[in-house]
Design a binder for this molecule. Structure first.
Ligand SMILES: Nc1nc2c(ncn2[C@@H]2O[C@H](COP(=O)(O)OP(=O)(O)O)[C@@H](O)[C@H]2O)c(=O)[nH]1
Ligand SMILES: *[C@@H]1O[C@H](CO)[C@@H](O)[C@H](O)[C@H]1NC(C)=O
Ligand SMILES: [Mg+2]
Length: 321
């Protein structure tokens, strides 16, 4: 498949990145040898390149992010943005006072798929530092996406902190009005809204894991959405995360059948675990996750909503192991 792993990272992330690579290679990529693209707002140093490329069975590529994709757009009022960061710091909003986290969220929302190194591929799998994979993955997940006409996928979903996105839905509604032709028939609006689009229920797919279609992100509907959001300034006047941005885009602009829940991919990113519900599957695939730690059916997960919307039946086997 025309596919790559992609990791945004700093040089100091090298050992946590190395851990993630080892997990991905041992559980999956040693059978497929897909490439891996690393992106950074600074130059990667020799240590980062040496350590990571030695672990990867495919080709490793290292890209620098152009400054215009990792900086404040001209129209952003610096005083207003600084004031927001102070307020959020006082309110202990997670990453609320960070400038670099905001650049990161904006980059993952609107630019990574347009980096010259990424233009060589149709499919991506996003990997963050410090993740775990608890089961073997014995089939080609990229091929699965293509053969089943999937464009976006997730393993964990949850509610966003409202403090980080107070006006994201209002701006999204202006987008819907301005570009009704971008809204898909048979979409997943019900996953993100409980009142037919009046309000956002804060559900989103956790974007530290994603397997997705790069050409969808590069398409006019997605770019129009990103530009509408970017022009509203919310990446800096609030602290919009790339997770709710990707999720709202997928929920509104894809058909619901185009979003896939990868139940088979057992996954941990601090602090949540997705452990496959099916015991037979776990036993057959060298899994070591504890099913009692599975986040899917906990109160703070949105995955039950996804199941309901797609008429899927959950297997809650907590008593079966
Ligand atoms: N190059 C670069 N990568 C960053 C920066 N901040 C975060 N990242 C990367 O962006 C991703 C998300 O950051 P992370 O610290 O994991 O945030 P969290 O998962 O939301 O707690 C990870 O892949 C980080 O390595 C930054 O300032 N520069
Ligand atoms: C892979 O995908 C990119 C982006 O769609 C395309 O430009 C390129 O020709 C493809 N390469 C192959 C070998 O199919
Ligand atoms: Mg992370």
């Amino acid at each position: 498949m025309n596919a790559t792993f992609v990791t945004l990272a700093r040089n100091i992330d090298v050992w946590e990145v190395a851990k993630s690579i080892r997990r991905v290679e041992d559980r999956f990529n040693h059978n497929y040898n897909y490439d891996w693209v690393f992106l950074n707002n600074e130059d990667f140093n020799d240590e980062f390149k040496e350590v990571t490329s030695a672990l990867i069975s495919g080709k490793a590529k290292y890209g620098k992010i152009p400054e215009e994709h990792w900086s404040f757009p001209e129209f952003v009022d610096q005083e207003r943005a600084a004031k927001v960061r102070e307020d959020m710091k006082e309110k202990n909003v997670i990453y609320g006072d960070s400038v670099s986290y905001r650049h990161m969220c904006r980059y993952e929302s609107g630019f990574f798929f347009r980096h010259p190194l990424m233009l060589n591929y149709d499919w991506y799998w996003r990997v963050e530092p410090g993740i775990e994979l608890h089961c073997d993955i014995k089939y080609d997940t990229f091929r699965f996406m293509a053969e089943h006409k999937k464009k976006y996928s997730f393993v964990i979903s949850l509610y966003e902190y409202i403090e980080t996105i107070p006006t994201l839905w209002e701006v999204t509604k202006t987008f819907i009005k301005k570009f009704p032709e971008h809204i898909a028939n048979g979409n997943s609006l019900k996953f993100v809204s409980d009142d037919d689009g009046e309000n956002y229920n804060r559900c989103h797919f956790w974007s530290n894991f994603e397997i997705g279609d790069l050409n969808w992100l590069r398409s006019k509907p997605y770019i129009d959405y990103f530009e509408t959001l970017d022009n509203a300034g919310g990446f800096f006047y609030e602290r919009w995360g790339d997770a709710p941005v990707h999720s709202l885009a997928a929920a509104l602009m894809l058909k619901k059948e185009e979003i896939h829940f990868f139940d088979e991919i057992a996954y941990f990113h601090n602090p949540f675990t997705h452990c496959p519900s099916n015991k037979q599957y776990r036993l057959a695939n060298n899994c070591y996750c504890n099913p009692n730690e599975n986040f899917d059916w906990q109160d703070y997960s949105c995955t039950a909503r996804f199941y309901k919307l797609n008429n899927m039946v959950p297997v809650k086997d907590l008593n079966q192991h």
